[in-house]
Design a protein around this ligand. Sequence first.
Ligand SMILES: [Zn+2]
Ligand SMILES: [Zn+2]
Length: 400
Amino acid sequence: MPASICDPVSSALRLSLNADESQSTTSLDSRLYSSTKIAHLSKIEFEESGDYQSSVFDGLKSKYNVVIRPKKSALETKVLKKEGNQNILNSDNNKYEDGLPRPKRVLFPLEKVHLGWQGMWTVGAGMQNVGNTCYLNSTLQALYHVPAFANWLVSEGPHVEKCNQHEGCVVCGMRATLLATQKSGGSPIKPWQVYSKLRLICRHLTPGRQEDAHEFLRYLVEAMEKSYLSRFINVEKLDQYSKETTPLNQILGGYLRSTVRCLSCQHLSTTYQHFQDLLLDIRKHSTLDEALDSFFSRERLEDLGYKCEACNKKVSATKQFFIERAPMILCIALKRFSLTGGKLSKQIQFRKKICLNKYMHNRNNQSNLSTTYMGSSTIRGYEPIEDAAKEQSWIFFMVI
Ligand SMILES: [Zn+2]
Ligand SMILES: [Zn+2]
């Protein structure tokens, strides 16, 4: 129904919509409609508001009291994303000095990790092959000759006494096998306590079949972490960073900084990646140093294959890894499988000590590593571990 011509609101609207008095007889509805249509079809130019933070938020600060702080979603995600070259917020109690988030709860304090041998240890007994178990035997031997790992397993005595997981506890099985290698008087043992839990460690692992040692190591560590976590109540409610404070992760866990630089606008995108080992490509290398240099070198990504979040377009870019936080024990696995399905059996040389400083993002964090090494049947590098215990330097081991 048309508004009355005498209505003062209608009169004012008519006046503002069209000052031409000749159209004053046209219905207000149709004139409003045509004006709205013009507004909708016209192009709107947006301008950046400038420093919105100070111009608006600062003005509002005096008006409102903030009673609930926004949740830091980064605490809940495993990969934390950081844009550009932001400074690390040391003053933030939720973060460590290196900018990585603090866990809400620490399950196994870092101070309880002992790098050198604690107590009396001898070289562990050999292990018999109980059916294509060379991958399993060599992985166990490598782990058992890492002092920090062996010390922790032995310290699990109180857990063993009250463990209610019976045959299903991988931690108890690993501990029993370690003690067997120490108490056998030199004669080889059969790793039944671990072998019998193969399907528990990962249901894809088949007894009697050859498996990949690195893959087995990953499953084994994960299964031990799961066993360890199951002793805590409401473990599913723990944030990811708290779950990373298991003894296994305190010993083997570290963070890589992955950086991608846009070659168009130079924007640097940084992400952190949690890791428990480095898998190195050895196809073109004959020494561990070369393989590490290659892993941490700057690599050019496929031309125009990277979507830059700053340019918002496909660009060419470079990618480079750094060590953001070195693990206490760096585990290195060599990729021995070739693309053609064969095995790369060439020898890879390595020094007894390597320095990781050139790969660290923050080079003030010194990381010297001594070596313990496990092939499928040979133990080397036992002496350097003893040296390492005296020097409290860092240690790494390798699994073939
Ligand atoms: Zn147990
Ligand atoms: Zn860009």
